[in-house]
Ligand binder design. Structure first.
Ligand SMILES: [Zn+2]
Length: 443
């Protein structure tokens, strides 16, 4: 792939001229429209920050000019739901049949056999180097936190979060089946203390079948623990084609009943797409009223959901993002798994996630604001004010494309993108898989 031909000056004072910026990602108004919700503008970058967003040739600054040649400029993007601790184990532990059940068993076996601190660290760091090269500024990861694994993975995460400061902002969520909260209370209390100590987020995987009394009790415990420790919540919700799975409603009801003050995010919510119209509408209204945000994992769920041997899948596995967004729910899209039994492929490239989301969810023909799914909306959910937007005063954390339109952007992988971090171009070459051979084996 031909690399982006932009040449950057040595000084960190320059104008990105003749750029196209999505209107939905900037608060600057009055820029000349350039079609499709894009606006034509020049960005003045000084000392690593954006100091002006102006109409072409209107910054009034005397600085080196870099001509973007009508290319789209995006903020670095934000990945709201990943599994860095599972990433890249595929060569040593593939999914036997491509199903969700197959993935759960495979990961459990691999975790027990291989997930020491060095192994987890090597794979997490590799995954982050992929994300960084593609232009990601913040990542939230779930961390398998059952039994002894919590005490291995959380300190490694903490170390990695420190090491990546200034390049990628990191957040972590404890992942466990929510039964843990009622089946092993002492262990659960210990886990909550550990999560609080590392500034993490509480979560868990909810039931994949009908909501019963046990489910309500377990959810209640998790909410109580979060409230008592001032923690936010981020659940794996209804990731199943069982249309009886309705924990999303239960989560929204619990938020309301408790008056829970923290942020609550629900991931996946696949089975909502299979509900009756009336039930779907009722759930969406509850979610909107409770202020629960939703993240869809389109690529991963299209891989996992509806899979039966020798049968063509009949649905796309994704939740009802259009309807949730229309009801005012803050919605995002994210990577989820990469090269592990839950998803065999992927590289933590949010432009790929966005491009595939457009296809899977038919986001085209319904307005240009969907780019928020991988930028300002996940930044809002993560509480990161300076991420996912292009505005005066924000760091010049930018992705510069040759593509001039969304059609050009979504038609190619954009491997020739340039990425700026605090106004400086970075190497956009992802790491070599061979580096992981000592950990996961060569193919
Ligand atoms: Zn997940």
């Amino acid at each position: 792939m031909r690399p982006h031909s932009l040449t950057f000056p040595q000084s960190d004072d320059f104008i990105l001229a003749n750029a196209r910026v999505p209107l939905c990602l900037t608060s600057t108004r009055g820029l000349p429209p350039a079609g499709e919700g894009l606006s034509a503008c020049d960005l003045l970058v000084r000392g690593g920050r954006i100091v002006a967003v102006a109409a072409p040739r209107a910054t009034g600054a005397n600085a080196a000019v870099i001509d973007c040649d009508q290319g789209i400029v995006l903020p670095r993007l934000v990945d709201l739901h990943t599994h860095l601790d599972k990433g890249h184990i595929w060569p040593r532990r593939p999914n036997p049949d491509g199903t969700h059940a197959g993935a759960r068993v495979s990961v459990m076996e691999d975790r027990a056999a291989n997930w020491n601190a060095d192994d987890v660290r090597a794979r997490m760091d590799f995954a982050l180097r992929c994300a960084y090269a593609h232009g990601t500024s913040a990542v939230r990861t779930h961390i398998d936190s059952l039994g002894k694994q919590a005490a291995i993975s959380w300190p490694v995460f903490n170390e990695i979060r420190e090491a990546w400061k200034g390049r990628i902002d990191l957040q972590a969520v404890a992942l466990f089946p929510i039964d843990y909260a009622i089946d092993d209370e002492p262990a659960f209390r210990q886990l909550v203390a550990l999560v609080a100590r590392y500034g993490g987020i509480l979560g868990g995987m909810t039931y994949l079948g009908a909501v019963d009394e046990r489910c309500h009790r377990a959810l209640g415990r998790v909410f109580e623990a979060a409230a008592a420790n001032g923690l936010d919540l981020d659940f794996h919700v209804d990731e199943t084609d069982d249309s009886e799975a309705r924990t999303l409603s239960a989560i929204a009801n619990t938020v309301q009943a408790m008056g829970f003050a923290g942020r609550v995010l629900a991931g996946h919510c696949c089975s909502l797409a299979l509900a009756s119209d009336a039930e779907r509408e009722d759930t969406i209204n509850r979610v909107a009223d409770a202020g629960v945000s939703v993240v869809s994992l389109p690529i991963c769920n299209m891989y996992l959901m509806g899979r039966k041997a020798n049968r063509t899948p009949l649905w796309r596995g994704v939740t009802v993002l259009h309807e949730l967004a229309a009801a005012g729910v803050v919605v995002s899209a994210a990577s989820d798994n990469t090269r592990d039994p839950f998803y065999a492929y992927g590289d933590l490239d949010l432009l790929e996630v966005y491009r595939e989301s457009v296809r899977i969810l038919q986001l085209d023909h319904t307005g240009p604001d969907w780019l928020r799914l991988v930028s300002s909306s996940p930044a809002q959910v993560m509480g990161l004010q300076s991420h996912g937007r292009i505005d005066v005063g924000l760091p010049a954390d930018l992705i510069i494309l040759r593509a001039r339109s969304f059609n050009e952007m979504n038609s190619r992988p954009q491997n020739d993108r340039a990425v700026l971090v605090k106004g400086r171009p970075i190497d956009t070459t992802p790491p070599d898989y061979r580096e992981l051979d000592p950990w996961v084996g060569a193919p």
